[in-house]
Design a protein around this ligand. Structure first.
Ligand SMILES: NC(=O)c1ccc[n+]([C@@H]2O[C@H](COP(=O)([O-])OP(=O)(O)OC[C@H]3O[C@@H](n4cnc5c(N)ncnc54)[C@H](OP(=O)(O)O)[C@@H]3O)[C@@H](O)[C@H]2O)c1
Length: 312
């Protein structure tokens, strides 16, 4: 079958791979679209010790496909050495999520790793209370743009989108952000802008960036605020004096969508699908043929500001 094959740590190449056979607990699925995520780049590069890929193997963590009975489902976590970026792969049926009619394959993929992270980091991890003020860092990215919309749908009183890209902030505002902050200038410029745009109240910070943006946001957060840590696109280090966090009892919460219980994921995915069908949630998606996997890899590394999916 056609596949994006990893033969050495780095970038997969378009080629062929043996077809998967169903085995105990795993079923074959015909892939319609596979998502590209920062984590796919990191895994393929051999940068995640707990998730070193077999060589050779098929790349890709998530996708949408058709089960043998014709059901269209979202899947995640294929059985190695099979991955999502191929004509067929192996999935655990109990971990698939139904995709309703009316939702494109690409959007159904975007609601997976990116969407579940956006929604569950707010609802399940931060325990967002309606009316709270929420800052979304990295709002120009897939997770950030979906988090802006999830925060509105979950009842946030004020949603502030922050990113470097002016165009990305424009999209976040169109998607429902009440205010925006450009992540440029000195730390005190950024802190002043967050204070002003949040109305001096900041309860939840969704953080796919870490580094200076997260450190700055934490220091202007309100008493009882929670920062949900998703990723470190702005760097792995955050040197700061933590004394300010103690009195106001500010919390740092780690989050990985992979560890959330399946019923919570299923409910969140269904809620997002319903929002898309109502016209309350959207994400731009670009579909590329699987043969363009190397180009797609480079574009994801350069932050595409929309969701990239590969179609076998
Ligand atoms: N924990 C989890 O379960 C989980 C799940 C999904 C994703 N993540 C993580 O969340 C992050 C975002 O994922 P994504 O799918 O949204 O990726 P994405 O679509 O590529 O977006 C990443 C965004 O990061 C911003 N960015 C990159 N470098 C930056 C820097 N130095 N300073 C400030 N902003 C920077 C870019 O915005 P600008 O171009 O506007 O700067 C870009 O839009 C990644 O680190 C990913 O690994 C974690």
């Amino acid at each position: 079958m056609r596949a994006a094959v990893l033969t050495a740590y780095g970038v997969p190449t378009f080629g062929t791979f043996p077809d998967p056979e169903p085995t105990d607990g795993f079923a074959t699925i015909a892939v319609k679209a596979a998502g590209l995520n920062p984590i796919d780049l990191a895994i393929a590069a051999g940068k995640i010790a707990a998730r070193m890929p077999q060589l050779p193997s098929v790349a890709g963590s998530e996708g949408v496909g058709l089960m043998d009975d014709g059901a269209r489902v979202y899947f995640n976590g294929c059985k190695a050495p099979y991955g999502a970026m191929a004509e067929r792969t192996l999935v655990t049926p109990a971990r698939t999520l139904p995709v309703p009619d009316g939702i494109s394959d690409g959007v159904a993929v975007a609601l997976g790793i990116a969407g579940l992270t956006a929604w569950l980091s707010l609802s399940w991890r931060a325990r967002l209370v309606p009316g709270e003020h929420v800052l979304i860092l990295g709002a120009s990215g897939a997770v950030g743009l979906l988090a802006v919309q999830a925060a509105r749908l979950l009842g946030a009183g004020r949603v502030i989108a922050a990113a470097r890209s002016a165009e990305g902030l424009e999209r976040a505002r169109a998607a429902g952000a009440h205010a925006t902050v450009v992540l440029e200038g000195s730390e005190s410029d950024i802190a002043d802008a967050i204070r002003a745009q949040s109305g001096n109240r900041l309860d939840v910070i969704i953080d796919p960036l870490w580094g200076v943006p997260a450190a700055t946001a934490l220091q202007v957060a309100s008493a009882g605020a929670r920062l949900v840590q998703l990723g470190s696109s702005a760097g792995g280090q955050m040197p700061f004096n933590p004394a300010f966090m103690r009195g106001p009892q500010i919390s740092l919460l780690g989050f990985s969508s992979g560890t959330v219980p399946q019923p919570e994921k299923a409910a969140a995915y269904a809620a997002m699908c319903a929002a898309v069908l109502r016209g309350d949630m959207a994400i731009p998606v670009e579909s590329l043929p699987l043969a363009k996997v190397a180009d797609a890899w480079q574009r994801q590394a350069d932050f595409p500001h929309h969701k990239l999916v590969l179609e076998p």
